[in-house]
Write a protein that binds this ligand. Structure first.
Ligand SMILES: NC(=O)C1=CN([C@@H]2O[C@H](COP(=O)(O)OP(=O)(O)OC[C@H]3O[C@@H](n4cnc5c(N)ncnc54)[C@H](OP(=O)(O)O)[C@@H]3O)[C@@H](O)[C@H]2O)C=CC1
Ligand SMILES: O=C(O)[C@H](O)CS(=O)(=O)O
Length: 477
């Protein structure tokens, strides 16, 4: 592997910084150690915040064109280094190389999108009630942004936050997941090569995540927190951010319903389910988590689906054509096996898979569970593994109520050709995103985000940059 982009130090104020302690990063497939990374403390975070605060003074005064061209230069370097970045991502996160390449391009698409959006941050000139004063509206960068990201998309989740932040004129301090810091550090190296000035992007890898989180939320110089991860941690960060009334963007856990109605095309619906469920071996917050299938299609559906799931290939993400790979760590494996066991102990039937692979220690077999009930733990928790939980249903009212019976509200999916039903689902499904006849929602031009306990704010699209801007109103007589 090309080691040029494998960085093991923190990146603060344009410098690569070592520390007394380091932590190991291992390959989820075989638990082999691939790097030893600087283990930052709260003091490093404080230094990074100071650097970002100082850099903000000049970065926020650059022109939109200057920021746009630097983001485009960064985008191009990421594209030019896609293969190296993808290989690094696969060895630290585990996903198949083909998916890692897609993630690099997906993350890069946000950088290109917000390079363009930087040029469209427009204010307003409004009429005043008395017709005599001038009402000016200015959109200004919020300031230093604290960013905390998860291990499941270690490059794209950073790009999806840093791109709008920099486009708006903000500067950032990033704590990547300790499972997967290498992708973040490689992106910093390419940002440096692109000419993004020192202090604009700072990265503090750390195993002391709560200390770094407290350093970010307790410092009044940090004006915003952007987080993707579990709802539990998101709630803590929202609570902590209240101390300095920081803005927050939260992309939290999901529990996506995937509803197959009686008029659905079974071939299309099973294809959509495969795409939604097995991406990243089921470790995404928008994976189909509960699969409701109309009773009239149920037997045919499980036959078609079972064949496709049984054909999935398992192995090392670096091997071509592998589709299902290791889960991120033992904690993730234990959680999925616990949910499967609780379901089977309650009488649920295993149609495909159901246990740890006999050939690969950290891979769970792609699994299909039949006749799951909506009240089982596997229906109430985010599975985060390659497991399909099938729930039969008969009435529209019943399945919409069941789909909404969760504190999550991120992604939802339905397969039907009935226009009236589609209109009803779009209005009645309590989710930030609804996929109709598709299992793939995410792209840079759409507003990604949830409602209820799946978070707040939107990432991507023309809406994504407003989370990094303040509105200033000037009244001139
Ligand atoms: N919505 C989404 O996209 C995601 C949802 N999840 C959900 O979260 C569950 C747990 O996954 P996991 O990766 O452990 O997610 P976590 O929420 O635990 O971790 C996400 C990020 O938050 C950091 N973190 C953890 N605790 C704190 C804290 N107290 N203060 C500040 N930062 C903190 C982590 O650092 P550290 O490196 O120390 O863990 C990591 O960088 C998954 O099973 C899934 O249900 C997970 C990932 C993505
Ligand atoms: O955190 C996640 O799971 C990602 O946001 C999902 S996606 O944006 O890659 O679909």
């Amino acid at each position: 592997m090309n080691k040029e982009l494998l960085k093991e130090q923190a990146y603060i104020n344009g410098e690569w910084i070592s520390a007394t302690n380091t932590f190991d990063v291992d390959n989820p497939f075989d638990n082999g150690v691939i790097a030893s990374v600087t283990d930052c403390t709260a003091e490093h975070a404080d230094n990074a915040i100071e650097a970002a605060s100082e850099a903000f003074k000049s970065w926020s005064k650059t022109t939109a064109k200057q920021r746009s061209s630097l983001l485009l230069a960064w985008h191009q370097l990421i594209i030019d280094n896609t293969d190296e970045l993808a290989e690094l991502l696969t060895i630290e996160q585990g996903k198949p190389l083909s998916e890692a390449k897609n993630e690099i391009l997906y993350g890069a698409s946000y950088i290109k999108w917000f390079a363009e959006e930087a040029l469209r941050i427009n204010g307003d000139l409004l009429p005043s009630p008395d017709g005599e004063k001038q009402i000016q509206i200015h959109k200004l960068p919020v300031g230093v942004v604290g960013i905390i990201t998860p291990w499941n998309f270690p490059q794209a989740m950073i790009a999806r936050k840093v791109a709008p932040a920099l486009a708006a004129g903000c500067t950032v301090v990033i704590k990547p997941a300790s499972e997967t810091p290498l992708s973040a550090l490689a992106m910093a190296e390419l940002a440096d090569r692109a000419g993004i000035p020192a202090g604009v992007i700072n990265i503090v890898p750390s195993t002391s995540s709560s200390d770094i989180g407290k350093a970010l939320t307790s410092n009044p110089k940090v004006r915003k927190i952007s987080f993707t991860g579990s709802t539990a941690v998101g709630k803590k960060l929202i609570e902590q951010s209240a101390e300095n009334v920081q803005k927050v963007t939260m992309e939290l856990g999901g529990n996506a319903p995937f509803i197959v109605f009686d008029d659905a095309d079974i071939e299309a619906a099973t294809e959509g389910l495969m795409a939604s469920k097995f991406r990243n071996s089921g470790q995404t917050c928008v994976c189909a988590n509960r699969v409701f299938v109309h009773e009239t299609l149920y037997d045919e559906f499980i036959k078609v689906l079972g064949k496709k799931v049984s054909a999935l290939t398992l192995g090392n993400g670096l091997s071509a054509s592998v589709q299902i790979t290791a889960l991120i760590n033992q904690k993730g494996i234990d959680k999925v096996l616990r949910l499967i066991k609780q379901a089977t102990d309650s009488g649920v039937e295993v149609l495909v898979g159901g246990s740890l692979s006999k050939e690969y220690q950290n891979i769970i077999e792609p699994t299909v569970l039949s006749k799951v009930s909506k009240d089982m733990e596997i229906s109430c928790e985010e599975i985060f593994g390659p497991v399909v939980a099938l729930i039969p249903f008969s009435q529209d009212d019943e399945v919409i109520a069941a789909a909404n019976d969760t504190s999550a509200g991120l992604a939802s999916y339905a397969y039907t050709e009935n226009r009236h039903r589609i209109n009803r689902l779009i209005h009645e499904l309590e989710y930030g995103m609804v996929g109709i006849n598709t299992g793939k929602l995410s792209n840079e031009m759409a507003p990604f985000g949830g409602v209820k306990e799946s978070g707040m704010g939107r990432e991507g699209s023309k809406y994504g940059i407003s989370d990094y801007l303040d509105i200033k109103y000037a009244c001139i007589d």
